[in-house]
Design a protein around this ligand. Structure first.
Ligand code: TXA
Ligand code: MG
Length: 325
């Protein structure tokens, strides 16, 4: 909705530095830039900015908040974001830059937006093996959250033209680096379990992983819930009793509101978006749920938001938080 026409720029040897600098400035400011990686084109946003990350979910029209892969320019940046285990370091040494995303526990002081990780205690990290992607990461100076740059439900883009066709005017800039070398997404490997598990097969084969670190589970062959952690209610539940669809307040409750309302009697209020903007609400959701989750309240009462666009994802998360535990 930012431009009528997609803004595609070919990256060539002669304009390289100025194009990368311009793209990095957009990322830093919280705008969306699509960039090539060796796997597929990503839809990139400053991972530390809630509003930028919310714009990614909005542009893709993801029906739910599915966590995004966080891209970094160098493995040395990883320990600031996650608990970087020995096995992670070994895999990074062998496969980064490359088509391997590692799921690791987020650090308590991790600067990445909670929304980017869909409120989970883990993050998926990878260093892409593409000059343009890495130059952009270095120049931006922040981690970049980037799902594949396609509308939800479509196949991933491997040409700048695919991005323009799918997301068109919703992207501030599309960096055209030609066709993607691999054309299939990265392998997603969960390192938070006793035995590492492949949540999504991708550019790095299971055999290569096992050669490096020994046995790896294939989540498709176990009883483990596959790659949609967002489907598990407990991931989104605060500690306090939580209810949604609130139209009045009970004694001692904190209120998670949306837009103007006439409710009174709450102990504390956080408003997802005073002027009823769903993108802003999505950006605030996980951080505000956490901010209200304090033992001085008897519970959290959340208002429902309109069941449209990102509102569906927000209501979905509110309902999961309110589900019986
Ligand atoms: O090759 C790729 O991985 C491309 C390029 C742009 O890097 N990105 C990509 O992102 O395919 P996306 O958002 O389309 O897919 C990310 C996958 C999803 O299946 C998501 O559930 C999973 O990674 N994922 C991300 N964070 C996760 C986490 N903390 N726990 C479990 N799964 C996670
Ligand atoms: Mg995708």
């Amino acid at each position: 909705m930012l431009h009528a026409e997609p803004n595609i720029h070919s990256v060539t040897a002669s304009n390289y530095d100025s194009i990368i600098a311009g793209a990095a400035a957009l990322i830093t400011r919280g705008r969306l830039v699509s960039f090539p990686t060796e796997t597929v084109y990503g839809l990139g946003a400053n991972a530390t900015k809630d509003a930028a990350v919310a714009a990614v979910f909005d542009a893709k029209q993801r029906p739910e908040f599915n966590p995004l892969i966080i891209h970094i320019g160098d493995a040395a940046a990883a320990p600031d974001l996650v608990e970087f285990s020995d096995i992670a370091a070994r895999l990074a040494d062998r496969f980064w830059p490359g088509a391997l995303s590692l799921i690791l526990p987020r650090r308590a002081d991790c600067p990445v937006s909670l929304l980017a990780g869909a409120g989970l205690d883990t993050l998926a990290l990878r260093v892409p093996d593409h000059d343009i992607a890495r130059a952009l990461l270095t120049a931006s100076g922040c981690p970049i959250a980037a799902p594949s740059a396609n509308r939800s439900g479509e196949v991933s883009p491997t040409r700048a033209r695919h991005v323009a066709d799918s997301l068109g005017g919703k992207v501030d800039l599309i960096l055209d680096g030609g066709p993607c070398r691999l054309g299939v997404e990265s392998t997603v490997l969960d390192l938070t379990r006793k035995i590492p598990a492949i949540l999504r097969p991708g550019g790095v084969a299971r055999e290569e992983l096992e050669h490096a670190i020994g046995p790896v589970e294939d989540s498709l062959q176990t009883s483990f819930q596959p790659s949609s952690p967002g489907m598990l209610a407990s991931h989104y539940a605060p500690r306090l009793p939580f209810r949604t669809g609130a139209t009045e307040i009970h004694e001692g409750e904190a209120l998670l509101s949306f837009g103007p309302h006439a409710m009174t009697g709450f102990s504390e209020e956080r408003n997802l978006s005073l002027h009823g903007d769903l993108t802003e609400a999505a950006a605030n959701l996980f951080a505000m749920m956490r901010a209200l989750d304090r033992s001085e309240f008897t519970g959290i009462a959340a208002m429902a938001v309109p069941e449209e666009g990102l509102g569906r994802a927000i209501n979905d998360r509110l309902k999961r938080a309110a589900a019986p535990r």
